[in-house]
Design a protein around this ligand. Structure first.
Ligand code: AMP
Length: 396
């Protein structure tokens, strides 16, 4: 893997693709700067070498039009504050103004280009646009894991114009190493926890990770399709009728790979999909008619805890209950505690993809797990075993 640590940027201009697609409040102020602080190590390394940094990013979906609300000028102040250095801003990413601004920056300085998606060519992966961007600098760095699954001009196509000076940034390197640590070089036993609502969105992930894991915990809404396929009565719980045979197939494949599968044995059931609904505990195979399972029960939590405390590598994707409703969050909280405890005991834990990342942030587990991925779609595609265009372009 060719990273920026393999290169000395002295007197070089580096064009760094970053993921600054940050949430903003009504005043367009940055509401969460995690994605900005993620690229600080990369920026520091280049500047400390004596190089200069040209940041390029997208924000929102301006669909090829220069719209003020999507301008990166609104976040330049925050970028400057987080990076701890002055950041200059230029109102376009290509053309005269961009060329002029890029030619004027000196070693130790940072320039932020305007939203790449003000040009339709960015998302189309247009080669001419990529070439114009490439002319602004001597080296290309991709530190935007969150967009690495897109074959856009700035995330993939541009790399061809830097055949010997294209590198992974440090945040991107961490993401790729974390995935590798789980799927390739993870210390055994490796345990994956897959939760969330539907089997259909997780099938490819399950199939891809089976050869790599020792234990597979299946929780959340998707567990009921497995339980029904195994002959259980699941009442009104979330179910995908057309995935019943697939669920059995997956269990068969797991057996072939000698993967131990853990499904919840008990659940917290409710009379309706509401936080105030009447609720009680139930065996997962005998949920009464009219009731639905919305959280893992206490026996399941204990069992998952045992598995996790005996694991050396943990991957977590998807909540195991409807944690958005406080009365059904306890199972996912217990799971978070178990993963945190296992991590304390020396296991490597990666939380990746969508709602489990939201959970970890909201409930304060961020510093109690080894790694929280910043890239939703990119992480999911990596777990599915797909080669991300942004990664391939640099490896090529
Ligand atoms: P996903 O985007 O597929 O990872 O699904 C995440 C969603 O699954 C969350 O919003 C949870 O509320 C939901 N979820 C978890 N457990 C259940 C359940 N037992 N029934 C319905 N939805 C669930």
């Amino acid at each position: 893997m060719k990273t920026i640590n393999d290169f000395n940027f002295k007197d070089k201009k580096a064009l760094v693709r970053v993921d600054f697609n940050v949430p903003q409040d009504d005043q367009l102020k940055v509401a969460d700067n995690t994605r900005i602080s993620a690229v600080k190590p990369t920026v520091d390394k280049i500047l400390n070498d004596g190089g200069s940094v040209i940041l390029m990013a997208h924000l929102g979906r301006p669909k090829g039009e220069a719209k003020d609300e999507f301008s990166l000028k609104h976040i330049t102040g925050e970028v400057s504050q987080v990076l701890g250095r002055e950041v200059k801003f230029v109102e376009d990413s290509i053309g005269e103004k961009a060329v002029q601004a890029a030619s004027e920056i000196k070693p130790g300085e940072i320039l932020l280009l305007e939203n790449l998606r003000f040009h339709n060519e960015e998302e189309k992966g247009d080669r001419d646009f990529a070439q114009k961007l490439s002319q602004l600098a001597d080296a290309y760095v991709n530190d935007a894991f969150g967009t690495a699954h897109r074959a856009h001009a700035s995330t993939a196509v541009i790399a061809e114009f830097f055949p010997s000076t294209k590198f992974f940034g440090l945040s991107m390197t961490d993401e790729l190493k974390a995935i590798d640590k789980v799927l390739k070089s993870g210390e055994k036993p490796v345990t994956a926890i897959l939760g969330g609502s539907k089997v259909s969105t997780k099938i490819t992930i399950i199939e891809n990770i089976l050869p790599a894991v020792d234990n597979l915990i299946i929780g959340g809404g998707m567990a009921f399709t497995f339980i029904k396929a195994l002959g259980g009565k699941v009442g009104n719980s979330l179910i995908e009728e057309d995935k019943l045979s697939l669920a059995l197939e997956i269990l068969g494949k797991a057996k072939e790979h000698k993967v131990k599968v853990y499904l919840p044995s008990d659940v917290i059931i409710a009379e309706s999909f509401s936080n105030d609904a009447e609720r009680q505990e139930s065996d997962i195979y005998t949920i009464p008619e009219g009731w639905m399972g919305l959280d893992a029960g206490p026996k399941s939590r204990d069992q998952f805890n045992d598995v996790l405390l005996n694991s050396r590598t943990i991957l977590w994707n998807g909540p195991i209950g409807v944690f958005e409703m406080s009365n059904f969050a306890a199972g996912t909280i217990a799971l978070g505690d178990s993963i945190a405890e296992a991590t304390k005991l020396g296991a490597f834990s990666l939380v990746g993809g969508g709602d489990s990342v939201a959970f970890v942030k909201q409930f304060g587990y961020e510093d109690r797990v080894s790694y929280v991925s910043t890239g939703g779609g990119a992480m999911l595609e990596s777990l599915e075993g797909l080669e991300l265009p942004g990664v391939a372009a640099i490896n090529k």
